[in-house]
Design a protein around this ligand. Structure first.
Ligand code: BGC
Length: 762
């Protein structure tokens, strides 16, 4: 066992049923495909005595409501956006005689629920000793199709082992009962308007159909459920739900199967964010859905291909391996795949953070996709290009004549962060996106993307920084960026946050480099962009001057201040803060936090991992120790970053401790809020911890460099990376590292600074 779950390389299994774990297990057992997300709710929906959070979420589909400020001001975000918890099509109620299946009341044995990460299904099995004396063996299988974006399916098999009973199954399509979250926790959607209107509800033979709409944001959502079973059944509309019912007398040895295909489509009136959808289309897709067995095969084939690219191993720690695979599985299933949807902070596993997309995507999750599934990485960047028009408008609102400011949090491109000091002020989001564009180019050499969208993103974000900052006389003519919030949200509206200045500097350089590259390699695209954006060589030269003269606060006794004033803030020793007062953000007023020398997620440490070549080993060592003492890790995004830097400075024990806390954070519910959804950036952080931390992987000037170390707790470990059309595997033991080229043409990588040429295997 590791925590609550038995050790198994490809599965997470809940043995028995613990009502107190239901809500977090619903997050852990969620299934998704980048569009549809279904929490791991029980098919019969509820169990007496257990609290449940019911949800079916559609990525990118949201309701909006006006933000009501007690005291508004110019340019504040105007609207909330909250992901819709749409109608539930997955439920299936079982009755034996008059007894309804209820884990809290029935005589249930051997209850097992398994998330199978290789086959992409959630399986469930149990024995039911019914009141009328039968013994039933029940198996349920659920999937959200990774190959058909609109489709999910459920199968239930009931076998009578002894006795007899009248079995009744009711397949439901109903509005989801929405649980209110904790109104004191700003991280969930409590209090936001999430109600949907049911516009249509029908039962047509074996097909159930429902249409819902949002009152304000203009979404129409359709769900069709096609029920299949040899005994046939009857559909009815009952109040707010459509039901399809079938029954059979089951004798010992007899078997009964029902399958339901569930299809979701959505459109947004007047916006181009969604493809047009209609009830007819939902019904057609549902009726034409491949058979359940075919869906199972397709699902497994899709995951085989993913694991082939994303494979990793850890010899000596099965719990860790299980945790890392779990993380990758959820990342893969949560990412939008159409360039219109992104990946939210909780993926599609819960309503925490309201389904919003943050910098989490580019700074944490993007590298995972870039090196395991680059087609998804591209789609995530295409999404940013898609919302570029709103980012331009936002920059105008903020007084910039040129450039674009991406929203700190959003679904459809509008800034929805009501608290600007920890929202809009985080202008590092532009640099994070620009950094991802740069990384994407380095790892794929995808000139088409650069020409069509990448360069334009780089130009517009560089312009934003150029307009936000200025050459300050007070700072010796250096280029400064004042009044920003870095990733560390416990230090807001600061001057010259090192991380922000570094991403901005890189942005200036890569924007100009991209335009020079296009001029040489894609002159027509270059000419088009120059015309459309009004870009000139002079502008590029001005950015270079700002980059060359970028200001950074001077170290004091070797400690680099995170921003101009960080070291002047009042110390607040972490030992003096009682454990029950963590995280600080829900126990202390901002004014108390912001004037203290305390970090939520030290962004200087982040800067040292992203821009490692800018700092010496000694600087890294000294600053790591310092920031380690002032950081609360109140954000789940923090620990993995500390783990990466600790590896680099040779503090392997510390690295290991941070890494382990982050790798199974949700499986162990370390932050206590897994029930609201999984921490996707942290999950990606753990992958980064393995590959960039222990593996020491960095991409420099278009080449991969490694300096792997093996913690003594493991015998060896390996990971795979896709890079410029190749697939390579890095295997690390305590004696050194071995590199294999599994696919593609020869490639030179660097191992501890030495060039190693990898040749195709015979
Ligand atoms: C972190 C942010 C992050 C957000 C969503 C916050 O707690 O401070 O950096 O973007 O969570 O994950």
């Amino acid at each position: 066992m590791a925590g609550k779950f038995p050790l198994s390389p490809w599965e997470i299994t809940e043995e028995g049923f613990a009502p107190e774990n239901l809500r977090e297990n619903e997050s852990l057992f969620a299934l998704a495909n980048g569009f549809i997300g279904m929490r791991g709710n029980l098919e019969e929906r509820i169990a007496t005595g257990a609290e449940s959070i019911q949800a079916t979420l559609l990525n990118g589909v949201f309701e909006s409501s006006p933000i009501v400020y007690g005291e508004g001001a110019y340019g504040y975000a105007k609207n909330h956006e909250t992901i819709c918890n749409v109608m539930d099509g997955k439920s299936l109620l079982l009755y034996a005689g008059d007894e309804a299946l209820d884990l809290g009341r029935c005589d249930i044995h051997s209850h097992l629920r398994t998330l199978d990460m290789r086959r992409g299904v959630l399986r469930r099995s149990f024995l039911w000793h019914t009141k009328d004396g039968a013994e039933l063996s029940v198996e349920m299988t659920r999937l959200v199709s990774l190959t058909h974006q609109q489709l999910a399916a459920v199968r239930a098999d009931v076998r009578c082992l002894s006795g007899e009973t009248r079995l009744r199954l009711v397949s439901e399509l109903r509005p989801t009962e929405i649980s209110e979250g904790d109104p004191n926790d700003p991280r969930n959607a409590a209090g936001k308007n999430r109600s949907l209107h049911t516009d249509r509800l029908e039962a047509q033979g074996d097909l159930l159909l429902m249409e819902q709409s949002t009152a304000r944001s203009g979404f129409h959502i359709f769900c069709a459920v096609q029920n299949r079973c040899t005994a046939g059944g009857t559909g009815t509309v009952d109040g707010s739900a459509a039901l399809w019912e079938t029954e059979a007398e089951l004798q010992a040895g007899e078997f009964f199967r029902i399958e339901k295909s569930i299809c979701y489509t959505a459109e947004r009136i007047g916006k181009q964010t969604m493809s047009a959808a209609s009830p007819d289309e939902a019904c057609r897709l549902c009726k034409d859905a491949p058979a359940f067995d075919t869906l199972l095969q397709e699902q497994e084939a899709c995951l085989d291909a993913f694991w082939e690219q994303a494979g990793l191993s850890i010899e000596g720690d099965d719990a860790l391996l299980q945790g890392l695979r779990f993380n990758l599985f959820h990342l893969f299933q949560s990412a939008g795949r159409d360039g219109r949807r992104n990946i939210s902070a909780k993926g599609l596993t819960g309503e925490g953070y309201e389904g919003h997309y943050f910098w989490d995507t580019e700074a944490y999750m993007f590298p995972v996709f870039l090196f395991t599934e680059p087609s998804i990485a591209r789609k995530l960047l295409e999404y940013r290009y898609f919302i570029l028009p709103q980012a331009r408008e936002r920059a105008r609102v903020l007084g910039h004549a040129k450039g674009a400011l991406f929203p700190w949090r959003t679904i459809d491109g509008e800034e929805v962060s009501a608290y600007f000091p920890a929202g809009t002020a985080q202008i590092h989001i532009d640099g994070d996106i620009a950094h991802a564009v740069r990384e994407y180019w380095q790892a794929t050499q995808d000139l088409e993307f650069l020409a069509e969208s990448g360069a334009e993103i780089l130009v517009e974000t560089a312009r934003l920084y150029y307009s936000h900052g200025f050459f300050s006389e007070g700072k010796g003519g250096r280029f400064v960026l004042n009044c920003v919030t870095g990733p560390d949200e416990y230090n807001v509206l600061v001057n010259n946050n090192v991380y922000t200045n570094m991403v901005a500097e890189e942005n200036f350089r890569s924007a100009r480099a991209a335009m020079c590259l296009l001029k040489e390699k894609a002159p027509a695209a270059w000419a088009r962009l120059c015309g459309a954006l009004g870009y000139t060589e002079e502008e590029g030269a001005a950015w270079m001057e700002a980059a060359d003269r970028m200001y950074y606060p001077a170290p004091r006794d070797g400690i680099i201040p995170q921003d101009d004033d960080f070291l002047d803030r009042q110390p607040w020793p972490l030992e003096s803060i009682p454990a029950e007062n963590r995280p600080l953000l829900i126990h202390y007023h901002g004014l108390q936090i912001y004037r203290a020398m305390v970090c939520k997620q030290a962004d200087l440490i982040l800067a040292m991992t992203v821009f490692g070549d800018r700092f010496t080993k000694e600087e890294k060592r000294k600053n790591f120790r310092f920031y380690d003492h002032v950081t609360t890790h109140d954000s789940s995004l923090s620990m993995a970053v500390f783990s990466i830097l600790a590896c680099e400075i040779g503090e392997l024990d510390t690295a290991y401790r941070y890494f382990m806390s982050s790798a199974r954070l949700d499986l162990e519910d370390i932050q206590g809020n897994t029930k609201d959804g999984l921490h996707m950036a942290n999950m990606a952080g753990a992958w980064n911890g393995l590959v960039k931390g222990f593996g020491g992987m960095r991409c420099r000037d278009g080449a991969l460099h490694f300096s792997p170390v093996c913690p003594e707790e493991w015998t060896s470990y390996s990971f795979r990376l896709g890079f410029r059309g190749r697939l390579i595997e890095v295997r690390v033991t305590r004696d050194g590292a071995d590199y294999r080229l599994l696919r593609g043409e020869k490639l030179t990588v660097f191992s501890y600074g030495q060039a190693v040429t990898l040749l195709p295997e015979a």
